[in-house]
Ligand binder design. Structure first.
Ligand code: HEM
Length: 621
C-alpha cells in the first residue's frame, strides 16, 4: 500500500513535469520553416532551460551539430542563436528598428536611449574614448600604474597568480585610469567589478528582489556594495564641475572621467549633470572585465608560446630603435606602429573573446530569418565565440596564431564604426580628421586638436619591422633577449601570410602599412566590399560587437593592454611556477591542468614568476 502510494506520487510528479515541459516546448513550435519544419534546438532542461546549466550539461558539442540557426532555452523562453553572418548582420544592423536590445542591464534605463540621445552620447563617449588627444593624455597614467606594479617586491620576488595578483593590479590600474586616484575611486570601481561577477545567489536575488530586505549576510554585503557603487555619482559630479578652472594653478589629474567631462563641455550639445552621472558608459561589464581578461589570457598564451613572446619583444625593440624611444618615453604613435602586438591582441580576442555572446535582441514584430518564422518577442543572440572558433572561418581555429590576424591590417577589415557614428550625427566624413571631429580643444590642452588626430602615417620602414618580426626563426634565443640583437634580413610578410591564409586574397604589404584602418574613408561602408570581404570584416570585429552596439572603448582597451605588455615584456619574462605537490593543480606529468574559461578566471589559477631580462639587454661589449 505504502509503495503503491509512493509510486503513484512519483508518477503524478513525472506527468506534471512532462506536462509543464511540453507547455514550455510548445513555445518553440512557431519557429518553423515551410519546408524544413521546426527549427533545431535543445530541450528546456529541468524546466529552467539550458543557459543557466550549460556548464553542467556540457552542451557545446551538441550545439555544434544544430547548424547555423537553432534555439536553446533561457528558463521558459526559447532564445534563437544565429551563426550565419548575413543573418546576424541583418539582426544587429543599426538601421534595423525591428530588433531592440533585450537586456535592460540590471533594470537600469541607462542603455535604453533613443534617437538624438544616442547620437549625443555616442559622439561624446566615442570622442572621449578614441580621440588621440585623450589616449595620449591617459597613456602616462597607464604607464605609471604598470611601473608601480613591476617595482613591487611581490612582482619581483614572489609567485604571482593570474587570478589574484593580475586581478588586483588590473583593478588598481583601471580604477585609476577611469576614475582617478583616491580611495573612493578604487572602492567604487571594485564594487562595480563585484557587481559584474555574479554568483547563483545574486541571480536568485535578482529574480526575487524582495529577499534583499531580509537582513542576511548576503543582503548586507549587497547594500554595502551598492553604496560604494553610488560613489560614482560624486566622482562624476566633481568631474563635471571641475571642468571650469577656478584659478591659474588649478590642475586636474588625468582620468577618463575628467576627459569625458571635458569632451562633454566642449561638445556642441554636451551631457547634463544627470546624464554624466550614469555610470554604464564608463563602468560596464566590458570596460571592467574586458582588459583584465585580455591581459590574463595573454600572459597564459605567452608563457605557452615563447616564440610569440620573442616576436613581440623584437618588435618593441625595432620600433623603439627606429623612433629613438625607450620604455619610459614611448607614446601613442609608437603603440600604433606595433602591428605584431596588435595582431597578438586580436588573436587573443578571437580565441578567447571576453564575451562569448552578444547581448540578445528582441523582435518587435514577427519576421523571417533564414526561412524560419520568428514570432514577435523572440530573443535572438549571436554566439561570438563559436563563430570565431569555427573551422569554416579560420583554419586550425583552436591554435593561437597572431600571424593570421596580419591579413586584417588591410583597411578593408577595419571596423566601420566611425562612419556609422558620423552618419548618425549627420556629419560629412573626413578621412583626415576622423577621430577628433567633434573634439574641440580641451580646456587643459588647447593646442591638441587637428594636428594630433589619430592618423596612421607609418614611416616607410615600418613594413620591414613587421617583416623582420614575423619571419624571424631565432625563436629560442629571442625568448631571452631580442631587444639588443642586430637586425636580420628576412623573407617578405606576403609569403608568410600566404602560407597561413592560402585561401585569402593577400594585400600588398605596402598597402597594409600605408593605409590607416581607422581613418581610411575608402572602406567606411560595406559598398566597396564583396560579400566575402564584408563577412570577413564582420567576423574580424566580432569580439567588439556588431551594428549599433559595437564597443565604444575598443581603442582605449587596446591602448591599455598594449602599454602593459610593452612595459612588462620589454624588461621581464615569466616562468610558470608548478606546484608539484598540489594534485588539484597538476596532472600526472606534473603539468598544470590549465583551463581557460570565459569568466574570466584561468582555472586553476596560473602561477608564474617574473625574471628580469635587464642584464641580457645590456649592449654587448
Ligand atoms: C577587451 C576589451 C573589451 C571588449 C572585448 C569589449 C566588447 C564589447 C562588446 C562585445 C560590446 C557590445 C555588447 C553587445 O552588443 O553585446 C561592447 C559595448 C560597449 N563597450 Fe566594450 N569592450 C571592451 C572594452 C571596453 C572599454 C575599455 C570601454 C570603455 C571604457 C568599453 C565601452 C563600451 C561601451 C560604452 C559599450 C556600449 C556601446 C553601446 O551602447 O552601443 N568597452 N563592448
Amino acid at each position: 500500500m505504502f509503495i503503491t502510494s509512493i509510486l503513484s506520487i512519483i508518477i503524478i510528479i513525472l506527468v506534471f513535469y512532462k506536462g509543464i515541459e511540453y507547455l514550455i516546448e510548445k513555445r518553440s513550435f512557431p519557429l518553423v520553416h515551410p519546408i524544413k519544419g521546426i527549427m533545431n534546438g535543445t530541450k528546456p532542461y529541468f524546466i529552467i532551460g539550458d543557459l543557466p546549466l550549460q556548464k553542467i550539461l556540457n552542451l557545446r558539442p551538441k550545439l555544434k551539430e544544430l547548424g547555423n540557426i537553432y534555439f536553446r532555452w533561457f528558463f521558459w523562453y526559447p532564445i534563437v542563436e544565429i551563426k550565419d553572418i548575413n543573418a546576424i548582420q541583418y539582426v544587429y544592423n543599426e538601421r534595423s528598428n525591428n530588433y531592440c536590445l533585450y537586456w535592460n542591464l540590471n533594470k537600469s534605463s541607462n542603455f535604453i536611449l533613443t534617437g538624438s540621445e544616442i547620437k549625443r552620447f555616442f559622439r561624446i563617449y566615442y570622442c572621449a574614448f578614441n580621440c588621440k588627444d585623450s589616449l595620449q593624455r591617459i597613456l602616462p597614467v597607464i604607464k605609471s600604474q604598470v611601473f608601480n606594479f613591476i617595482n613591487t617586491h611581490k612582482f619581483q620576488n614572489s609567485t604571482l597568480s593570474t587570478n589574484k595578483d593580475i586581478l588586483n593590479f588590473m583593478l588598481k590600474l583601471l580604477s585609476r585610469v577611469y576614475l582617478g586616484s583616491g580611495d573612493e575611486a578604487y572602492h567604487c570601481f571594485k564594487a562595480n567589478y563585484k557587481k559584474f561577477n555574479k554568483s547563483y545567489l545574486d541571480f536568485f536575488h535578482y529574480i526575487f528582489p524582495k529577499l534583499l530586505k531580509v537582513p542576511t549576510k548576503f543582503s548586507k554585503k549587497y547594500i554595502k556594495n551598492k553604496n560604494k557603487r553610488s560613489l560614482y555619482q560624486i566622482l562624476a559630479m566633481k568631474a563635471y564641475y571641475g571642468v571650469v578652472k577656478q584659478s591659474k594653478d588649478d590642475q586636474r589629474e588625468e582620468s577618463m572621467l575628467n576627459i569625458i567631462a571635458e569632451t562633454s563641455y566642449n561638445d556642441k550639445e554636451g551631457l547634463s549633470l544627470e546624464e554624466i552621472k550614469m555610470p554604464s558608459y564608463l563602468l560596464n561589464v566590458s570596460s571592467i572585465k574586458g582588459p583584465l581578461i585580455m591581459v590574463q589570457n595573454l600572459i597564459f598564451q605567452l608563457i605557452e608560446k615563447p616564440d610569440i613572446e620573442s616576436k613581440i619583444r623584437k618588435e618593441i625593440k625595432l620600433v623603439f630603435e627606429k623612433n629613438g624611444k625607450d620604455v619610459n618615453t614611448f607614446d601613442f604613435d609608437d603603440l600604433m606602429e606595433m602591428k605584431y602586438l596588435e595582431a597578438t591582441l586580436d588573436e587573443i580576442n578571437r580565441l578567447y573573446p571576453p564575451f562569448p555572446k552578444l547581448i540578445p535582441r528582441q523582435t518587435k514584430e514577427s519576421d523571417r530569418i533564414l526561412g524560419y518564422h520568428i514570432p514577435k518577442g523572440t530573443m535572438i543572440s549571436c554566439p561570438v565565440a563559436d563563430i570565431l572558433r569555427d573551422s569554416s572561418n579560420f583554419q586550425d581555429p583552436m591554435s593561437f596564431k597572431p600571424e593570421r590576424q596580419l591579413i586584417f591590417s588591410n583597411p578593408k577589415f577595419a571596423s566601420p564604426s566611425i562612419t556609422s557614428i558620423q552618419q548618425l550625427n549627420g556629419l560629412p566624413y573626413s578621412s583626415s580628421n576622423s577621430f577628433a571631429l567633434h573634439h574641440k580643444s580641451l580646456p587643459s590642452n588647447k593646442n591638441c586638436t587637428q594636428s594630433s588626430t589619430l592618423r596612421k602615417s607609418f614611416p616607410a620602414n615600418t613594413s620591414s619591422i613587421i617583416d623582420n618580426v614575423v619571419n624571424t626563426n631565432r625563436v629560442d634565443q629571442l625568448k631571452f633577449d631580442s631587444l639588443n640583437q642586430p637586425k636580420q634580413s628576412l623573407n617578405s610578410i606576403g609569403n608568410c601570410i600566404n602560407n597561413n591564409n592560402s585561401s585569402l586574397n593577400v594585400p600588398n604589404i605596402i598597402e597594409i602599412n600605408k593605409n590607416n584602418p581607422i581613418s581610411n574613408s575608402q572602406y567606411n561602408s560595406y559598398n566597396n566590399l564583396t560579400v566575402e570581404e564584408r563577412n570577413q570584416r564582420i567576423i574580424k570585429n566580432l569580439p567588439w560587437g556588431i551594428g549599433s552596439k559595437k564597443c565604444l572603448g575598443k581603442e582605449l582597451a587596446k591602448a591599455i593592454v598594449k602599454t602593459i605588455i610593452i612595459i612588462i615584456y620589454s624588461q621581464y619574462t615569466f616562468d610558470r611556477h608548478i606546484d608539484e605537490n598540489d594534485e588539484d593543480l597538476c596532472d600526472v606529468n606534473n603539468q598544470p591542468k590549465i583551463q581557460m574559461t570565459f569568466n574570466p578566471e584561468i582555472k586553476p589559477p596560473l602561477l608564474f614568476k617574473s625574471r628580469k631580462l635587464f642584464s641580457i639587454l645590456q649592449p654587448k661589449k
